[in-house]
Design a protein around this ligand. Structure first.
Ligand code: GLN
Length: 485
């Protein structure tokens, strides 16, 4: 097995015993990136010099016996997470030349642990999308079949993990952007409880929904990376100060007595048959391993897409007002007064989906429409939170599909925004509620594409998600298959 194929936990063991060096791992990945990135379009920026320097520092550190789980491990970072002195484009022309002067909190933490950063991964512009087609560098390709999307918006991170162009990656999830690409690529992705992981240094899309989370080859790695990045941060006003359990130490505790809820609104017509079968067999597997299966209802699920696509664009329209040609990135040259400089910069800098969202959001927040749209959506959001509270009074986790279909073809949905939005139907509700969810690979479609299963948990109960996912991983079908790369 080549070094680039290993997991964090495997490499950590070998690094600890000094059987390998971080520089060896890093070189093996840089070579792999060199061979495959041109085909898969995984990275927007690759930072080989920085990575080699960090790897050497990690090796010195290991030499003095100071090793933490991420020391010397090469990671990929979604391009909306700030790394000091490294371009952070958010997949947008408007930030093409933007270089942040500081590290995001998650990067500061990982840097302290001695992690290695290989580069910044491709994504839908400002994380708006479900396919990574809305990127100014073009779409990322699914390693299982290059004609298919990788999912989005963290498609670059998911592909990098799947095709071994990094050991593990960070993504961000506002309405499914970690879970859905993880599912489409056959890797593990976790969206933490809102407030568990600091958003400081994450470029804001919809601030009441955004969370950074791990995308990894297996559940163990997911636990290791989450453990590293979570925790209170005074630089994020929505960060929550709560004690965090030791995920790794409790990983193998099993699921005896676990009450698994099956929400009927997530098994609906229009969902691909193979997706339903995959989720049903995952539920059966949990049942046969000691879980109690309970049928529950989340009655306001039918409003999820409408609610999300008012709240997220509204927040985005406000957050993206800062890109005006004055403070960040691109400035249009074709203007002679201030107002046209603003408008031309934005017209030239933003892609069509981002413009659509800014218009939707501005409309929903404007005088005369605010009550009918934003306020109403916020009220429905509260009803959806109450649905989850009700459900979690009867069970510990909920098991559902991640997306209604496996990965779709590049180009298939890009001209039909509503169809694209509908592919988020199973991921946006838990985002609106702020609860944690994990996507774990479980099945394969007849045309050879992975299918993930989503497990949702109660607030700050990531541990139960990880334990259940760990059990599922052992009976999954996907693990017997390898992507062609
Ligand atoms: N696909 C959803 C959207 O386009 C979610 C994106 C995300 O989670 N960043 O808004």
């Amino acid at each position: 097995m080549e070094l680039f194929e290993h997991t964090i936990s495997q490499l950590h063991e070998q690094l600890k015993k000094r059987q390998i060096s971080s520089l060896d791992i890093t070189e093996s990945l840089l070579k792999r990136i060199d061979q495959l990135d041109g085909i898969l379009h995984t990275y927007i920026t690759i930072t080989p010099e920085g990575a080699r320097k960090q790897a050497k520092e990690a090796d010195q550190r290991v030499g003095t016996g100071q090793i933490s789980p991420l020391t010397g491990i090469p990671l990929a970072v979604k391009d909306n997470i700030s790394i000091v002195n490294t371009p952070t484009t958010c997949g947008s022309r408007i930030l093409k030349n933007y270089i942040p002067p500081y590290d995001a909190t998650v990067i500061q933490i990982l840097r302290k642990e001695g992690a290695v950063f290989l580069g910044k991964t491709n994504m839908d512009e400002f994380a708006m999308g479900s396919s990574t087609e809305n990127s100014f560098i073009g779409p990322t390709r699914n390693p299982w079949n290059r004609d298919y999307v990788a999912g989005g918006s963290s498609g670059g991170s998911a592909t990098a993990v799947t095709a071994s162009l990094c050991i593990a990656a960070l993504g961000s999830d506002t309405g499914g952007s970690i879970r859905q690409p993880a599912s489409h690529c056959g890797v593990v992705g976790l969206k933490p409880t809102y407030g568990l992981v600091s958003r400081f240094g994450l470029v804001a899309f919809a601030s009441s929904l955004d969370q950074i989370g791990p995308i990894t080859k297996d559940v163990r790695d997911c636990a290791m990376l989450l453990q590293a990045i979570c925790g209170f941060d005074q630089h994020d006003s929505t960060s929550i100060n709560t004690s965090v359990p030791h995920y790794m130490a409790n990983l193998n505790k099993g699921i005896k007595g676990l009450k698994v809820g099956i929400p009927k609104e997530y098994f609906i017509e229009g969902t691909d048959k193979e997706v339903i079968e995959t989720v049903e067999s995952a539920i059966a597997s949990l049942g046969s391993q000691g879980a109690e299966l309970i049928h529950v209802s989340l009655p306001h699920t039918e409003y999820a897409i409408a609610t999300y696509y008012i709240i997220a664009p509204s927040e985005a329209s406000s957050n993206l007002a800062r890109y005006d040609g004055v403070r960040y990135g691109l400035r249009s040259e074709d203007t002679d007064d201030l107002e046209s400089m603003y408008t031309m910069t934005r017209a030239q800098g933003f892609g069509p989906e981002v413009m659509r969202r800014i218009m939707l959001g501005t409309y929903a927040l404007s005088k005369g429409y605010y009550d009918a749209f934003f306020k109403k959506a916020s009220q429905v959001r509260t009803l959806m939170i109450n649905d989850f509270r009700q459900a979690f009074s009867k069970c510990h986790v909920l098991v559902t599909p991640v997306a209604p279909t496996p990965a779709f073809k590049i180009g298939e949905k890009i001209d039909d925004p509503l169809t694209m939005y509908l592919s988020d139907i199973f991921t946006v509700s838990p985002s609106l509620a702020g609860i944690p969810c994990i996507s774990v690979p479980y099945g394969m479609s007849s045309n050879g594409l992975p299918i993930g299963v989503q497990i949702m948990g109660n607030y700050f109960d990531e541990l139960t998600l990880i334990q259940a996912a760990n059990v599922l991983e052992k009976t999954s079908d996907t693990s017997h298959h390898r992507p062609p790369f």
